[in-house]
Design a protein around this ligand. Structure first.
Ligand code: ZN
Ligand code: ZN
Length: 365
């Protein structure tokens, strides 16, 4: 069941943003931003926003849904001879718009060129929003945090369940399918990204795609998965060993775990994303595995699985209470295997609260 999510506050904040950027109107294209501002959860649509109105531009597949979910929004549907460019042209002239913000990070070049031509608003009057609408979603409300927490709780339950299913002979694809079936049958609307189940040498690839490889004794098995609950995503990773871990596996696992726990203990508002990243990276570098930790420490999560700000070496954004971050250090050694441990946390006034409850000591099955 869908709930009305668009809130008046989000709409007001979006309008405030238009004013601050000197824009007469904006055209949102990123589904998460459209949903956040209007409540409409459909895809392949636009939200047009000016001081005068909010209008959902969509096609007939979504008309009813947009009317139902779009709070305080007009709904305009494309039809024969009248595409998005023509709908936009009407709105722009009705509102006397001279400068229009657009989401350059969510639209194809060809789409923008066509909209510019059909709407009659010259390219020079289209202003990139530079992620400003997405930034409105960075700090989560208590209600959003509750949904993220519930999504992560379903992930935790899926992990407890899958531990009973892991044994030699079960394939990576079967593990992924079981995780997904469990989450969907326990309240999830779907997965928040393609489930990763990587065993043995495959675990050296951080984003390995599951294959028909069966688990074998001595394999690391990395499982990275998440689901969506009322639109909000979860994300967690655990790595286990089939049979007994050898000394090298044990050592790598402990380094990753120490890096993660160090970061969880020290991450707090006021730090930049880069400073947050360094908390874990320093531990891994100190242990001599720096070259095997190639990705950032984490990312924010919300209506989208990858949101800003990230915890990465390049992130200058300062973390604030109410932001969500994943904390997911890893070590990946080619021709050997890899370990990643990932929790999802919410920034509090003086640290973080972990939304993930699954155990993290090395599990040997
Ligand atoms: Zn993940
Ligand atoms: Zn993640």
């Amino acid at each position: 069941m869908r709930q009305k999510m668009g809130n008046y506050t989000a709409l007001l904040r979006a309008r405030e943003l238009l004013k601050n950027r000197g824009l007469d109107a904006a055209l949102a294209a990123r589904p998460a931003n459209i949903r956040y501002i209007s409540g409409f959860a459909g895809t392949e649509s636009y939200l047009y926003l000016s001081a005068e109105r909010a209008a959902i531009l969509t096609d007939s597949r979504y008309t009813l849904q947009a009317q139902k979910e779009g709070k305080d929004c007009q709904v305009r549907t494309i039809g024969k001879g009248s595409g998005y460019g023509e709908l936009l042209e009407k709105l722009l002239s009705e509102d006397g718009v001279r400068t229009l913000g657009f989401e350059e990070d969510a639209l194809l070049y060809g789409t923008v060129a066509e909209l510019q031509e059909k709407s009659g608003l010259p390219a020079g009057q289209w202003k990139p929003l530079e992620g400003a609408l997405s930034a409105l979603r960075a700090v989560k409300s208590a209600e959003e945090i509750r949904k993220l927490e519930e999504a992560e709780r379903i992930g935790d339950a899926a992990f407890s369940y899958i531990l009973e299913e892991l044994r030699p002979g079960v394939t990576e694809l079967q593990i992924a399918a079981k995780l997904e079936y469990f989450m969907k049958s326990h309240g999830a609307e779907g997965t928040s990204f393609d489930t990763i189940a990587a065993s043995g040498l495959h675990s050296a690839m951080p984003h390995a795609v599951p294959t028909d490889k069966p688990l074998e004794k001595g394999d690391f098995v990395t499982m990275d998965f998440g689901c969506r609950y009322q639109g909000y995503c979860s994300d967690m990773t655990r790595t286990v060993v089939i049979g007994k871990a050898d000394a090298r596996q044990r050592e790598i696992y402990q380094v990753v775990l120490e890096a993660q726990e160090t970061a969880l203990a020290s991450l707090r508002p006021g730090m930049t994303g880069a400073e947050g990243d360094w908390l874990a990276r320093a531990v891994i570098e100190e242990a001599g595995y720096g070259e095997y930790f190639g990705h950032g420490l984490g990312h924010s999560v919300g209506l989208e699985i990858h949101e800003k700000p990230a915890l990465s070496t390049r992130e200058k954004t300062v973390l604030a209470p109410g932001m969500i971050e994943t904390v997911e250090p890893g070590i990946y050694i080619p021709d050997f295997g890899g370990v990643r441990i990932e929790d999802m946390v919410v920034l509090t006034e003086d640290g973080v609260r972990n939304l993930t409850a699954s155990p993290k000591e090395l599990i040997e099955l």
